[in-house]
Ligand binder design. Structure first.
Ligand SMILES: NC(=O)c1ccc[n+]([C@@H]2O[C@H](COP(=O)([O-])OP(=O)(O)OC[C@H]3O[C@@H](n4cnc5c(N)ncnc54)[C@H](OP(=O)(O)O)[C@@H]3O)[C@@H](O)[C@H]2O)c1
Length: 312
């Protein structure tokens, strides 16, 4: 495969921190656009990776950064907005995608890989609705696009098992909204492999890939498994929807917004794939059991070490 020059938006987050090294290993040169370069210097240690400050919502700036590139990858996404009227989701998902498509066309970049999510365009959450609107813009464009729709993604630094582990550290009892919501968690390494293969194979243009792991699991099962793996005895209490809705409203005012009304609305839909996009790309999905115990085990060992040091 010929090495490409790639511009990544949203490349400093969880997925980006895995994807950028993966693409670098294929010989590509990568420019990561960020709102705050100082916070993400570690990505720039790779020889063919540049981390650059840019306002990705500014079409002129975006066009300038895209000029000369072979492909753009859009990983920008938010689970929570500052207000609660959907404007934040619209700006981050829809308006940014519109700006990016126009910038790609202006800069002569033909290839776009766009991250989306399973169930995009369905249900009542602003998150999924705006994801769907962004997808519609991409598929209507003249670009050689590929869309990815993952379920929740796990791996080092994720906002899933690591988030549960941290929440479980605070409380012996965890009341859980939408405890029976179902997921097919997918390994971040497999997600990155899917992006890498899409770049390598032009026939993936014009196609949408659902990305899912081999096992379906409920939210409550994931939280209980996290408690078990991190050696914590915790009581996970599934909440009926009436109480879950109240928890979501209260959660918006808590530090770190552990849950919001929009998250609650998204959780009304199972995040389960109907199509095996990984298999279509020749990737065998990695089971959670192969990654998560070792990943969280490190956390437990570190806690034990800290505890021992503290009591020394
Ligand atoms: N993680 C999952 O389980 C999961 C599941 C399904 C879909 N996805 C989607 O996959 C993508 C990557 O996920 P992730 O977990 O890596 O997310 P993440 O860690 O939150 O990173 C998202 C990146 O987007 C940029 N960003 C956020 N808000 C922005 C805004 N308003 N304007 C411009 N840039 C903004 C940030 O870059 P800077 O701060 O550097 O500017 C950030 O590094 C997202 O689109 C997400 O919705 C993730």
């Amino acid at each position: 495969m010929k090495p490409q020059t790639i511009v990544v938006l949203g490349g400093t987050g969880f997925v980006g921190s895995h994807l950028v090294p993966r693409l670098h290993a294929d010989g590509h040169s990568i420019t990561v656009l960020t709102r705050n370069r100082e916070q993400h210097r570690e990505l720039g240690v790779l020889p063919r990776v540049r981390v650059v400050n840019a306002d990705v919502h500014d079409s002129a700036a975006l066009t300038r950064h895209l000029t000369g590139a072979d492909a753009a990858i859009n990983l920008v996404g938010i689970l929570n907005e500052r207000g609660s009227d959907g404007r934040g989701f619209h700006a981050a998902h829809v308006e940014l995608t519109q700006t990016l498509i126009a910038a790609c066309e202006g800069a002569g970049v033909r290839r776009l890989l766009q991250m989306s999510a399973l169930r995009a365009g369905e249900g009542t959450s602003f998150y999924l609705k705006t994801r769907g609107e962004a997808e519609a813009l991409v598929t209507a464009s003249r670009l050689a696009w590929t869309l990815f729709r993952p379920s929740v993604i796990f791996g080092r630094g994720d906002g899933l098992f690591f988030r549960f582990a941290s929440l479980l550290g605070f409380t012996p009892v965890l009341p859980l909204a939408r405890a029976n919501a179902r997921f097919t968690p997918v390994y971040v390494g497999d997600v990155c492999e899917a992006f890498a293969r899409a770049l390598a194979h032009p026939h993936t243009a014009g196609r949408t890939y659902e990305l899912a792991g081999p096992r379906t699991i409920t939210l409550a099962e994931m939280v209980r498994w996290t408690a078990q793996l991190t050696d914590r005895r915790r009581w996970v209490i599934p909440l009926p929807d009436t109480l879950g809705a109240i928890q979501a409203r209260v959660g918006e005012w808590l530090p770190g917004k552990p849950i919001s009304r929009d998250n609650f609305r998204s959780l009304q839909l199972d995040s389960v794939a109907t199509d095996d996009g990984l298999a279509a790309l020749g990737i065998v999905a990695t089971p959670m059991e192969q990654i998560v115990p070792a990943m969280l085990g490190r956390d437990v060992r570190q806690r034990r070490l800290d505890h021992a040091r503290h009591n020394y």
